[in-house]
Every structure is written in C-alpha cells, then in structure tokens.
Design a protein around this ligand. Structure first.
Ligand code: ATP
Ligand code: MG
Length: 143
C-alpha cells in the first residue's frame, strides 16, 4: 500500500492532482470518497479531460454508469454509488462488467457500499477533505 497527500489546494490547482494521477501508468480503478460537495466530480472531470475525453462529462444519475472514450480509444466509465443501498442493488447496475474488464478505467464516487467488490483489484483510493476554500487530497494505492 502506498499513501500520499496533496494540499491544501484551491480549485485552480486541483489539476495538479489529476496530473499526478494520469501521468505514467494510471491505476485502472479510482475510488473517490469525501463529504457532499468535497470535489469528487470536479476531480473526475479534470482526470477525464486530461485523458482526452472530448465529450461533456456530467454526474451519473441513479444506477447509471456513464461511459466515455479516451484519446487513445480506451474505455472509461464514471459511476456514482451515493444512492445505492446495498451490494445487490449495485450488482443490478451491471458494474461488475466494468470492474473486472482489464481494458476499462473505472472512476467511482461514494465507493463505500461496494468496497468489497474492489478487493483483488488494484485501486487508487482518494479521500478529499474540506479545508476551508481548499481541499486536501489523500491518495492510497491498494494492491
Ligand atoms: N480544490 C478545490 N478548491 C475549492 N473548491 C473546489 C475544489 N474542488 C472542487 N471544488 C468545488 O466544490 C464544489 C463541489 O464539487 P463537486 O460537485 O465536485 O463535489 P462532489 O464531491 O462530487 O459532490 P457530491 O458529493 O454531491 O457528488 C464545486 O463548486 C467545486 O467547484
Ligand atoms: Mg459528485
């Protein structure tokens, strides 16, 4: 397990966190936790932008997995588990197909309800902490 922290960073420097993640070999699964409004979607959008996703990125609604394509034609999906009540509901979304697909990046907001599904997969866990008008990003790579 490798851990590191970045910040406190204002919004204008949030791209540095995304750069840290996308440069080199990006972990295939990224799980973003933090309070309501912590900045999870904002960071996801910046990561997707840096991967060359040209489309408009929006927040996934209940049970929906938004799928995009990176500049080098890799599949990337964005899912938000905030309203998912339990593992059964989560499985109904068809997420497993993405979680275990070696060709697909997966970015998850509110991953807690399905953390067990991530066991056995290398994943980067990011916890975003509010610090006034700035945010601290705690990164933990789990193998
Ligand atoms: N590093 C930052 N510094 C200051 N403001 C930030 C930073 N990152 C994000 N924000 C701001 O925080 C607000 C909430 O961001 P965002 O929607 O990404 O949060 P979220 O964690 O996805 O929320 P939710 O829990 O509702 O999904 C936005 O107005 C965004 O501009
Ligand atoms: Mg969000």
């Amino acid at each position: 397990m490798t851990t590191s922290s970045m910040g406190p960073l204002p919004l204008m420097r949030m791209a540095e966190v995304a750069q840290h993640i996308t440069r080199g070999e990006m972990p295939r699964i990224i799980a973003l936790s933090g309070d309501l409004g912590a900045g999870k979607t904002t960071l996801v959008k910046e990561i997707l932008k840096q991967l060359g996703v040209g489309e408009e990125v929006s927040s996934p609604t209940f049970g929906i997995i938004n799928e995009y394509e990176t500049a080098d034609h890799r599949k990337v999906c964005h899912s938000d588990w905030y309203r998912i009540k339990n593992a059964e509901e989560l499985l109904d979304t068809g997420i497993q197909e993405y979680l275990h697909n070696p060709d697909c990046f997966v970015l998850i907001e509110w991953p807690e309800v399905g953390e067990a599904l991530l066991n056995g997969e290398e994943a980067l866990f990011i916890n975003i902490e509010h610090a006034g008008e700035e945010r601290v990003y705690h990164l933990e790579l789990r193998h």
